[in-house]
Design a protein around this ligand. Structure first.
Ligand SMILES: Nc1ncnc2c1ncn2[C@@H]1O[C@H](COP(=O)(O)OP(=O)(O)OP(=O)(O)O)[C@@H](O)[C@H]1O
Length: 338
């Protein structure tokens, strides 16, 4: 569709580990509309980073894309050779890795790191790169005189701003930010998210925000894609998904995180752990932790289905979602699974 910048269809990514295969991403399907900020959310180990890196095709050595499509602006990225793919990185798709420290080299001044992208990849002259660097620093709210500083001279929040400036250097259409605010305190988190959101709107770009924290998605994202054990279990516009979740995992996740904007209420954890992806359970992968599980859930592979208005869920009981949601609001419902 025209208003989609990115469409991921049936993406499968695995890691080869000693004598086994970890299917970290299994049949993931979702879309990123143009000019939107989309949260990719789920517990640690559910495959978010693997998807995010898969989109750029910069992956760990042991990782392999086993199937699916990644349609970016109409082009299937999986059909491109490495040279073609490399041309797209930074210019069209920019990736901000998990810790801003990882994207910044501690031994080089920030100016040099920006120059590397602007001059070597962007073909700018030194003077043009200087002007663009100053402009980028102003955009992310840092005084341009600090361009000559080293990464360690910045606070965690400022380093994250530098990482955003670096990602925006060549005007990409899509920025993928992996846990951009995780290590920061709540006030700084909000400031960084506000900056990211206002730049996304001003520049009209799309952002994929990878996070384990559903309150970060609630605060800043237009749409949400919820992953569990390598699969997309729910997706849709943020307000609909968070006020009317159809998948019990989303219901549980929402109970488990404090609101970014108010002081923490009573939090209810989801008992248990995600499954071992070397040997995932048959049927719905959330079934072992789900308070609403039926026998059928353990044996039926549940597909993601549209439940209306672009809201999709992979729960056999989605038609009963209203009643399940009421149950899910009670902490006793989840405590019974302990
Ligand atoms: N380099 C690797 N080699 C083998 N397995 C890996 C590798 N990286 C990740 N995995 C496995 O793939 C699965 C998905 O991991 P991934 O890092 O994508 O999840 P995540 O949701 O991003 O979690 P986190 O927020 O902790 O990074 C996990 O089971 C993880 O152990």
């Amino acid at each position: 569709m025209d208003n989609e910048l990115l469409r991921v269809n049936g993406l499968k990514i695995s890691y080869a580990v000693a004598n086994a295969k970890v299917r970290a991403v299994d049949d993931a399907t979702f879309a990123i509309p143009r000019g939107s900020i989309v949260g990719l959310v789920g517990e640690s180990g559910c495959g978010k980073t693997t998807v995010a890196r898969g989109l750029t095709r910069v992956m760990a050595k042991a990782a392999r894309i086993d199937g699916g499509e990644i349609l970016f602006d109409g082009t299937d990225l999986l059909a491109l050779n490495e040279t073609e793919m490399n041309r797209l990185r930074w210019r069209d798709i920019a990736f901000i890795p998990q810790s801003a420290m990882n994207s910044l080299d501690p031994v080089y001044r920030i100016e040099q790191q920006l120059n590397e992208v602007l001059i070597q990849r962007g073909g700018m002259s030194k003077a043009e790169a200087r002007r663009r660097s100053e402009e980028l620093f102003e955009m992310v709210g840092i005084e341009p005189r600090r361009l000559r500083d080293f990464p360690h001279q910045f606070s965690g929040g400022m380093r994250q701003r530098v990482a955003i400036a670096l990602a925006l250097a060549l005007n990409p259409k899509l920025v993928i930010a992996d846990e951009p605010v995780t290590a920061l305190d709540v006030i700084v988190q909000r400031q960084i998210l506000d900056t990211l959101k206002s730049l996304q709107e001003k520049l009209g770009i799309s952002v994929i925000l990878v996070t384990h924290d559903i309150s970060v998605v609630a605060y800043v994202c237009d749409r949400i894609v919820v992953m569990y054990a390598g699969r997309v279990v729910e997706s849709g516009d943020t307000e609909t998904v968070l006020t009317k979740p159809c998948h019990p995992y989303t219901m549980g996740l929402y109970n488990a995180f404090p609101d970014l904007q108010s002081s923490a209420g009573l939090l209810t954890p989801i008992e248990g752990h995600p499954p071992d992806l070397r040997d995932p359970p048959t049927g719905c992968r959330f079934a072992p932790r789900c308070p609403f599980v039926k026998d059928q859930c353990r044996s039926t592979d549940v597909a993601l289905v549209d439940v209306g208005g672009g809201h999709a869920s992979a729960c056999l009981r989605h038609a009963e979602a209203n009643a399940l949601r009421k149950e899910a609001e009670r902490s006793e419902t989840w405590a019974a699974m302990a």
